[in-house]
Design a protein around this ligand. Structure first.
Ligand SMILES: C[S@@+](CC[C@H](N)C(=O)[O-])C[C@H]1O[C@@H](n2cnc3c(N)ncnc32)[C@H](O)[C@@H]1O
Length: 522
């Protein structure tokens, strides 16, 4: 398999019955080593569920100012400007425009339904047959899981309603023979369904600076198998210096990978518990994950899914419940002390209800009191490291020490302890900072700020803290802020990474000034 930049290929593709195609390391790899870098095969806007989301330009995906009312002169789809270079570029709007112009303009009352931007990627897939036959061939080798997407399944019915019928009825069925033969000689509803399957199984999400999200398919990257402890991290190039390099992906190893070991990425959320991750993977990628983390009831010693035992109704118990066999959907959860058992469906129901509560409080920008009350209530049932509590604590540490009435030494100590506990969990779940680098950076940054603030708090008798105590706090704070900046080193192309980095860099400047003013050499 070729390496797009011509360097030695450090991986080999293999096939197995269980995994399909997958990649292994062709030699020992060290953290930071490049696995591969390649341009996308095809890309397009992702569906948005937010009815108030801005409409992306079909040429460059920047939000279109709807009141400006700019439209592509040929097909009428909203664009940022008639001069947008993406309008004539076949990888963006250039090829699809000939198909989209088949629909006569009509009066609009629902932009989101009239312009279905998520239908553009399947259409762009179909157009590869004439715009780029080599890419078309690569695309057709991708897994679509059509065996799991028959009519009547949610995946099929959704794709049918929102993508396939939309494209067929509005555009493709209206093509005259000449246009059809020129652009889409091979096209049918079934073929569009296959592209929907390929996209759902393989596509990677790219968040653009302007807030739009794209989906993209990559020939080699998409062969990487999933693991809940991935050994690679990928980043996308957003640079427009060379337009051909837009959305180039770069995959690097984040932990040592021995020759012959599988090269892995993560398709799910690192901060979800095993039941939620496995369900998500089964629903969206049609496989049952059996990785080391999923197979371990303690999830690498983190206990992020563990529940507290409530006893047998007569006696209280301070044991913890873990899934007996996390790879079995019918597993019981048994207490490690009293042996009381709860079945998996009960646990799943309680945990997802709690998840909804946590999300609701966070979505409304919950206050410290609201978050503390929820933490207190859920702590009755959940292990202190449970992922729902992790999430609440992660919100709390960003408020403690930053709001009036929450800057006492007691609160700062609580914040410091929470940060340290969450840092430990995060390190175990993502030792290479592949997926949780932003979480780690926030935790280390907040730890730093609590430690610095603590130096300013007088002792109970009103005296200032002794220099040696202050020095210890400052040394620890410096290490935390340096670690925070370091954990973002591979996130600088992404908007969220860039923003967080500049906030932390600003804090580092304040920190240096503070140390200078206090004559503290660290
Ligand atoms: C992005 S594709 C990976 C490439 C794919 N194996 C192929 O042959 O084209 C994702 C699909 O690969 C398979 N897969 C990936 N990781 C797996 C894993 N850890 N266990 C089982 N199947 C996996 C599943 O079928 C999944 O839907």
């Amino acid at each position: 398999m070729g390496h797009e930049n011509g360097a030695d290929c450090v991986y080999e593709a293999r096939t197995s019955e269980e995994l399909g195609r997958y990649l292994i390391a062709a030699r020992d790899l060290a953290p930071g080593d490049l696995v591969l870098t390649e341009r996308p095969l095809v890309f397009g806007p992702k569906a948005t569920l937010d009815p108030e989301a801005t409409v992306p330009c079909v040429g460059c995906y920047k939000p279109v100012l709807t009141d400006a009312g700019e439209r592509c002169a040929k097909c009428g789809w909203p664009v940022c400007s008639g001069n947008c270079p993406g309008l004539s570029d076949p990888r963006h709007h250039g090829a699809e425009c000939a198909i989209l112009r088949m629909r006569p303009e009509c009066v609009l009352d629902n932009m989101a339904e009239y312009y279905r931007h998520d239908a553009l990627l399947p259409l762009r897939c179909a157009l590869l047959q004439t715009t780029d036959p080599e890419r078309w061939k690569k695309l057709s080798e991708m897994q679509s899981h059509m065996e799991c997407r028959s009519p009547g399944t949610d995946a099929y019915d959704e794709a049918n309603e929102f993508i396939v019928e939309y494209l067929m009825n509005n555009f493709i069925n209206k093509l005259d023979d000449e246009t059809k033969n020129k652009h889409l000689p091979e096209i049918s509803a079934d073929l569009l369904h296959v592209f929907c399957g390929i996209i759902d199984t393989n596509a990677l999400e790219i968040r653009l600076m302007e807030g739009t999200e794209l989906l993209a398919l990559y020939t080699n990257t998409c062969i990487m198998e999933h693991s809940c402890i991935p050994n690679t991290k990928h980043t996308f190039s957003h640079s427009t210096k060379d337009r051909n390099d837009l959305y180039r992906i770069t995959v690097k190893v984040v932990v040592p990978v021995l020759k012959g070991s599988h090269i892995t990425t993560m398709y799910s959320h690192a901060l979800w518990g095993t039941q939620a991750r496995r369900q998500h993977l089964e629903d969206t990628k049609y496989f049952a994950c059996r990785c080391e983390r999923c197979a371990d009831p303690t999830e690498l010693g983190t206990y992020v899914s563990a529940m507290k035992c409530l006893g047998d109704g007569n006696n209280l118990c301070d044991g913890i419940h873990l899934a007996e066999d996390p790879l079995d959907d019918e597993t019981d959860w048994a207490c490690d002390k009293c042996g009381v058992k709860v079945n998996n469906s009960q646990v799943n129901m309680i945990i997802s209800q709690m998840g909804e509560e946590v999300e609701a409080v966070q979505m409304m920008g919950g206050t410290i009191t609201m978050l503390e009350n929820l933490l207190c209530r859920l702590s009755t049932f959940l292990h202190p490291n449970h992922y729902h509590l992790y999430s609440i604590k992660h919100s709390l540490i960003q408020l403690y020490g930053r709001q009036p009435d929450y800057t006492s030494e007691e609160i700062l100590d609580r914040k410091i302890n929470m940060c340290k506990d969450l840092i430990e969990i995060t390190k175990k779940l993502d030792p290479g900072n592949a997926r949780l680098s932003l979480y780690s950076a926030v935790l280390q940054h907040e730890l730093h700020s609590a430690l610095v603030l603590k130096t300013t708090i007088p002792n109970s008798d009103g005296s200032v803290k002794p220099v040696d105590v202050v020095k210890l706090l400052i040394v620890e704070a410096k290490s935390a802020i340096d670690t925070a900046l370091d954990s973002l080193k591979d996130d600088m192309e992404e908007l969220s990474g860039k923003k967080l980095f500049s906030v932390i860099l600003e804090s580092k400047k304040h920190f240096k000034r503070y140390c200078k003013d206090k004559n503290l050499v660290v």
